[in-house]
Write a protein of this length. Sequence first.
Length: 94
Amino acid sequence: MHFLSYFMTFIAIFLFSCGENSTGPKIKSGESLYPDGSIQESYSYYVDKQTKQEVRDGESISYYRNGKIKSQGLYEAGLKVGAWVEYHENGIKR
């Protein structure tokens, strides 16, 4: 019987920590546009609770004016991480 009680407590804690009541920052999607309205960059971010500034976190893709991908990579807490891929304007990888 104690096992069942511990198991149910574990499940409740797990579900609560995965829900919207999680203590982690809420990840949002953002984009910047060229003056003509085409997408210059799309990215994921959260708002820092202390500074109220956007902090990049997750995938980021920048585009040339012709719509082809310019660069693609990941951010963690505002810092570029891992391998970033860059492309020429004709779409060929650098």
